[in-house]
Design a binder for this molecule. Structure first.
Ligand code: C5P
Length: 427
């Protein structure tokens, strides 16, 4: 939704400085932003900054902008209201239905989605009064983000920190993109970069022929769509696909396995997650002549000699562009006399070493194309993490539930909570 009208409410906390960058990000995304600070917010960032960066007047009181009846018109005309930071006092006034300044009056008249990002000292956040106010606001449909844990104003540290501006912007833009009706589309990947590969590669035999495969790209595309709905910045690297790519993701098209390898390695740098759902050709013709191979009557064709393609997934594990990246692979398996689908999956999980491997049975109408899917998610040791059954969208969300939980666990384990981003849950 380009060109939306956003009201950015700012209440009086030190984290107000981060709202300046949030304002810029929302403006750069093509939206009109009307900033409504509280009087105490102006103690931290002045009116001139908000006016210059938003290009709109800045009022705090219901007695300003009276010709336009702003205490009613701002809320009514908004497509989204974001309050960042939301102090304990602002949460209390909003929960109590007060209308004692322009921001709280706007919150009472807004019929659009409302996103609040609390920031305060840990004691205030954990106080039963704040806990009750947040629960009340959430019960009324307000999307209240959990604050991050980390360094606060002074030397203290703990839950209460405002998420970074790009995380807040991702959460705001995801809400603008559509209703968060599906409870699974919690914004638990907000601010994360997720790379997804999808579709099949094509290995040229000559200028008009290629070796390909039956991948439709549906599962990878469902993962990209689901990750974007959960707030991630998604880079989708696609080979040959038979469905449309989703809105709101950056798409890069590739042809061969070697092109896909280059694209994945470039995109993986700085990405928290790489999901390799593409069907990458294991082999390519050693030589693809520049001219079309001609048919000679009565003569058998020259055999096509194949050479092995690099295993992109195994390379990512062995030589990661970013050691922090969580790598997820897919394995389409069939059972045979050597073992079941799961036996082959376990062996592959150990061989490839990806953090997670989603194993699915293929063949006999399963796995390919527009059919329901069933995957068993294994860890690098081949142990079963979970099984997911359903449509490709449901499988995508189930897999991302595991991914999001792993990212959260990593953040919680990190020795330096200040620099480590934490998962932000939108409820
Ligand atoms: O070994 P197999 O092809 O079954 O492994 C499948 C997984 O490995 C998928 O995640 C696929 O994207 C990835 N893969 C790869 N490079 C290859 C072959 C497969 O990254 N050359």
């Amino acid at each position: 939704m380009a060109g939306a009208r956003i009201v950015l409410g700012v209440s009086g906390g030190i984290a107000a400085y981060k709202a300046v960058l949030l304002l810029r990000l929302l403006r750069e995304a093509g939206h009109a932003v009307r900033v409504v600070p509280t009087v105490s917010a102006l103690e931290f960032v002045g009116r001139a900054t908000w006016e210059a960066l938003s290009g709109e007047p800045v009022h705090t009181s219901v007695f300003e902008g009276t010709l336009d009846v702003e205490h009613v018109s701002l809320g009514r005309s908004a497509d989204l209201v974001v309050v960042a930071p939301a102090t304990a006092d602002l949460l209390a006034r909003a929960a109590g239905g007060r209308a004692d300044d322009l921001l709280t009056a706007t919150l009472l008249t807004a019929t659009c989605p409302v996103l609040m990002a609390p920031a305060m000292h840990t004691e205030m956040w954990l106080h039963p009064a704040t806990v009750a106010n947040v629960a009340l606001l959430r019960s009324r449909g307000v999307h209240v983000l959990d604050p991050e844990s980390g360094r606060l104003t002074g030397a203290d540290s703990g839950p209460g920190r405002l998420p970074e501006p790009d995380t807040l912007a991702a959460a705001a833009l995801a809400l603008l993109a559509g209703p968060v009706a599906d409870p699974r589309t919690v914004l638990d990947l907000a601010g994360r970069t997720v790379v997804v590969t999808a579709g099949g590669t094509r290995e040229p035999v000559d200028p008009v022929r290629f070796l390909g495969n039956r991948s439709s790209g549906r599962q990878g595309i469902a993962i990209a769509r689901a990750a974007a709905a959960r707030g991630a910045h998604v880079r989708l690297i696609v080979g040959e696909i038979s469905v449309a790519t989703p809105d709101g993701v950056v798409v890069e098209r590739v042809g061969t396995a070697l092109e896909m390898r280059d694209a994945v390695r470039r995109a993986a740098l700085g990405a928290e997650v790489v999901v390799m759902a593409a069907a990458v050709a294991d082999f390519r013709p050693v030589h693809a002549p520049e001219a079309k191979i001609k048919k000679a009557p009565g003569q058998p064709p020259e055999p096509i000699v194949l050479v092995e393609n690099p295993d992109i997934l195994a390379e990512l594990v062995a030589d990661p562009p970013d050691p922090q990246t969580l790598v997820v692979g897919f394995a389409a398996e069939t059972g045979d006399s050597e073992g079941t689908v799961l036996d082959h999956g376990r062996a592959k999980a150990r061989r490839k070493g990806a953090n997670l491997l989603a194993v699915n049975a293929v063949g006999e109408g399963r796995g390919f194309g527009d059919v329901a899917n069933e995957v068993t998610v294994l860890d690098a040791a081949g142990c079963v993490v979970t099984s997911i059954r359903g449509t490709k969208d449901q499988v995508a969300h189930g897999l991302l539930d595991v991914v999001a939980a792993r990212l959260t666990a990593r953040s919680a384990d990190a020795s330096d909570p200040v620099s480590e981003p934490r998962t932000t849950i939108l409820r």
